[in-house]
Design a protein. Structure first.
Length: 328
């Protein structure tokens, strides 16, 4: 730019800023990596006039050297971060499978122990004694089996969501939420919970449809399960926003008016098998943990906020679908 006064009318703010710092002419270049800008370099002059070809050439050489050096440093840091992330993921997997083994062992041991007791009654006791033992121990066995089934269902659902090999695609949030609400009609009716969804039909995510639906199903299921004894309302809403990286994201919020969580409980709510509900409340304690893992695979996140007595809000945030311009 040989003279700031040559800037177009719509660049008036830039022209005024250059005048304020007494810059009359300018040479600038951007630093990019894989199409993303991460810096810039400029030469400025206090007088108007064209820059010499030698200065431009040396500027380009310096720019190329800096970009190459910065990209190399970025690659080194990315490699170090990848190694560290792999170690953390390995430790998390070991902890997760250890927790799964522990959680499965408890109900299995219960089923085995009570079944052996019933078999002993059947072999050595009377018919009345067997009937009494069945009435006493049968419900415990049923609850333990239901616990096992819940854990297995959670693991299978997460496995299906994470093992899909299909390409990412546009996921209409209104359709995904409608499906999830439909799936939860019966448990919501049983719990006297009213589900209300207001989703802009124009909002769409970019990801795997099964993963988005699995996460929303977990969040809505939790909201229904952790209701007040007299029932309540669950609201589902969505919005578009910019993520921390500046990329467009969409967020689906599931808000309930249940008993809520303390800040300490919320801090541990995403750990596997951590539950703060009453013992009679169904659930495996895996929903939030698996949802966060699936969301991170999709390039997003799952988070929440809560206050005792004021309900909870948990949300899924994933990349937004951005229509590509037509070649025409």
């Amino acid at each position: 730019m040989p003279d700031r006064d040559l800037l177009p009318v719509e660049a008036g703010v830039d022209r005024d800023e250059l005048a304020r710092v007494e810059v009359r002419s300018l040479v600038a270049s951007t630093f990019t990596s894989e199409g993303v800008m991460f810096g810039s370099m400029s030469l400025v002059g206090v007088e108007a006039g064209a820059w010499s070809p030698q200065v431009i050439q040396e500027f380009r050489l310096l720019n190329a050297a800096l970009v190459a050096r910065l990209n190399l440093e970025h690659a080194r840091r990315s490699l170090a971060e990848a190694i560290e992330a792999r170690a953390e993921a390995q430790a998390a997997n070991q902890q997760f499978f250890g927790a799964v083994g522990h959680e499965l062992r408890t109900p299995l041991a219960t089923v085995l122990g009570y079944t052996e007791a019933l078999l002993d009654d059947a072999e050595h006791g009377t018919a009345d004694g067997v009937a009494t033992g069945m009435k006493r121990d049968g419900p415990v066995i049923v609850r333990s089996c239901e616990r096992l089934l819940t854990i297995v269902d959670s693991l299978l659902g997460a496995g299906r969501a994470m093992s899909t090999d299909d390409e990412r695609q546009e996921v209409r949030l209104s359709d995904a939420v409608a499906d999830v609400v439909h799936w939860h009609r019966t448990p919501a009716r049983t719990a006297h919970v009213d589900m209300q969804a207001v989703i802009d039909p124009r909002l769409a995510a970019w990801g795997h449809p099964s993963a988005v639906r699995q996460i929303l199903a977990n969040l809505l299921g939790n909201a229904i399960a952790h209701h007040h004894p007299a029932g309540g309302t669950v609201h589902l809403s969505a919005e578009q926003l910019l993520g921390e990286s500046g990329h467009p994201m969409v967020r689906v919020v599931v808000r309930d008016d249940g008993p809520g969580l303390t800040s300490e409980q919320l801090e541990h709510a995403f750990e596997p098998f951590v539950r703060f509900a009453a013992p009679a409340t169904p659930g495996s304690g895996l929903g939030l943990s698996l949802s966060r893992t699936i969301a991170e695979r999709e390039g997003g996140a799952v988070s929440g906020m809560s206050s005792p007595g004021a309900g909870s809000s948990f949300w899924l945030e994933v990349p937004a679908y951005v229509p590509q311009p037509s070649p025409e």
